[in-house]
Write a protein that binds this ligand. Structure first.
Ligand code: ADP
Ligand code: MG
Length: 551
């Protein structure tokens, strides 16, 4: 037996170890990260994504791009997860987080080539991320949460580049107003933002300047019956997610009757059931019924006769939002309905659109109605406004903001280099590499604005060297200046999260030194993710080359 290698893997399996595994993973991850770079900042370009069924998305939003891209490579997917974590935790900063992760891996590769062990790099990255987070807390400025001017700047900074340019001022104001509406003071005096009381809805066919903030819920439905009343003050509102019709047990069911009276009896029985439904609703005291499912013609008619308003096939998301705003329970079984299930609100019909607006009695629900010329335009606007809502909510919650346009990254880099000097061992090199990686942000902002990235970085470093902590690049003027004063303001929360998730993702990739694939490694992912550029059988490098070619 001696000298015979033991075979434990299947015939088709492939294995890659150590340096090969690392460089394979690093190039896949970098390819994805580099694909979104060109969209960073207000001057970033957009991407057009076409699905296999021909659906088109035009966007500048990092997480949207990565989600829609048909990525089929396990390492590349780890980078997509960075974007998703960032989106979930902070709502903005996805492109930055992913770009930094890519740059960390690029710089780690150089260190690996100098024979620095991955463990030292991982440790150094961890130390740097931790230090960076504490420096962010130190650099951050505390704002007054009632200072709407600075909150508007936070909103504008996160929306720029996402189709909001022309109406930046109005949209930022709407975002700030919306957040203000759903903010409540907690018992300990802190501000809590109830985002579940805020809904965004969009409509194409009008200009973004016609976007508005409505108090309450907007339900884009008609009354089920034309004779129904449409306006109520202090209405008792019933939310139903069951149909108001006879449930057919089986579409093919057959009924055999011996004589006509039996048929008559059967019809009467069904009618009685429908009448009972209306009676039950009436007895509960409901004035208005929002029904997620269908409503039988006869029920519509009977409800109208009782002066009860009903809708049918109302969107589930609307029903759920109504539940918060009118404080009702969603009823699935009519037999168990009681008055306690109902909520209270004022229902009215908007003259222009004909839609219902429902205002809660005791709650502060609002709907942000975004408008734009076409579907693609509104979709991108909605993504921008969503980012803005999240960051303004974070700014209101913790009151901590920073100068954007690369200012914070350059300041962090300089502080991390000082920190690195105090560390002995190989981790020091990793911390320095981390500092270099953060400076990718101003470099790319400059590049995307058609400026010289080296010159910009030199100017920025010099400004920070001389103590100007808020010196960043204003891409509109092209100057290095105090970006906080210029109104380019970001949240400490999103920045901290971006640094953490980038470091975690890079470390995850660096920790892998062995890839065992139950199939051919050279084609797994390479072909799909590479798209038109990734020639089949392009091997390990095919992934990187393919992605690079596509973007
Ligand atoms: P992300 O997905 O990371 O949020 P964005 O495309 O939204 O990516 O770009 C965010 C970056 O753009 C931040 O670094 C922010 O400071 C910067 N930025 C926003 N407005 C300006 C501006 N007027 N000048 C320079 N940088 C800006
Ligand atoms: Mg952004």
């Amino acid at each position: 037996m001696q000298g015979q290698p033991m075979i434990i893997l299947g015939e088709d399996s492939q294995r890659m170890q150590d340096k090969d595994a690392q460089s394979h993973n690093i190039s896949a991850a970098r390819a994805v990260a580099e694909s979104v770079r060109s969209t960073l900042g207000p001057k970033g370009m957009d991407k057009m994504l076409v699905t296999s069924t021909g659906d088109v998305t035009v966007t500048n939003d990092g997480v949207t791009i990565l989600r829609e891209m048909d990525i089929d490579n396990p390492t590349a997917e780890m980078i997509v997860e960075v974007a998703e974590t960032q989106e979930d935790e902070a709502g903005d900063g996805t492109t930055s987080a992913v770009s930094i992760a890519g740059e960390l891996l690029k710089n780690a590769e150089d260190l690996l080539e100098q024979d620095i062990h991955p463990t030292a790099i991982i440790k150094g990255f961890d130390m740097a991320a931790k230090q960076a987070r504490s420096e962010i807390d130190d650099i951050a400025e505390e704002i007054d949460v009632d200072d709407t001017e600075v909150l508007k700047q936070v909103a504008e900074t996160s929306m720029t580049g996402k189709g909001a340019e022309q109406n930046k001022d109005l949209l930022a104001q709407l975002v700030v107003d919306a957040i203000e509406h759903v903010s409540v003071e907690a018992e300990d005096g802190s501000t809590v933002v109830d985002l579940e009381f805020l809904n965004i809805t969009s409509e194409s066919g009008a200009t973004a300047a016609e976007s508005e903030l409505l108090e309450g819920v907007l339900v884009k439905d008609d009354p089920a019956h034309e004779d129904m009343p449409t306006d109520f003050e202090d209405a008792d509102v019933l939310l139903l997610d069951t149909a108001l019709e006879i449930q057919e047990a089986n579409a093919d069911a057959q009924l055999s009757v011996d004589d006509p009276s039996q048929l008559q009896q059967f019809v009467e029985q069904e009618e009685q059931q429908l009448k009972d439904m209306v009676e039950t609703i009436k007895a509960s005291g409901a004035d208005v019924v929002f029904c997620q499912k269908n409503v039988d013609d006869m029920v519509q008619h009977l409800l109208a006769k009782e002066g009860i308003l009903a809708t049918k096939r109302t969107k589930q998301s609307d029903i759920e939002f109504l539940k918060e705003v009118v404080d009702a329970r969603i009823v699935s079984d009519l037999d168990s309905l009681t008055a306690a299930d109902l909520g209270t609100g004022t229902v009215s019909r908007d003259d222009d659109s004909g839609w219902f607006v429902v205002e809660g009695e005791n709650s502060h629900g609002v709907t942000l109605l975004l408008r734009g010329s076409t579907g693609h335009v509104v979709d991108e606007l909605e993504r921008g406004v969503n980012d803005a809502l999240d960051v303004v909510a974070a700014a209101v919650a913790d009151g901590l903001v920073l100068a954007g346009g690369g200012a914070v990254e350059v300041e962090l880099a300089s502080r991390l280099r000082d920190y690195a000097d105090s560390i002995s061992g190989r981790e020091q090199l990793a911390i320095e590499a981390f500092a270099d990686s953060l400076e990718l942000i101003p470099r790319v902002l400059a590049e995307n604005a058609g400026l010289d990235s080296i010159d910009t970085l030199v100017d920025l470093r010099a400004a920070h060297e001389s103590g100007d902590e808020r010196a960043g690049l204003n891409v509109f003027s092209g100057d290095v200046e105090d970006t906080y004063e210029a109104g380019v303001v970001e949240t400490a929360h999103a920045k901290s999260q971006a640094v953490s998730s980038a470091a975690e993702a890079a470390n995850l990739v660096l920790k892998i030194d062995d890839i065992i694939a139950a199939g051919d490694l050279s084609t797994s992912g390479g072909e799909d993710a590479g798209g038109p550029g990734g020639a089949p059988g392009g091997g390990m490098g095919g992934m990187g080359g393919g992605m690079g070619g596509m973007m």
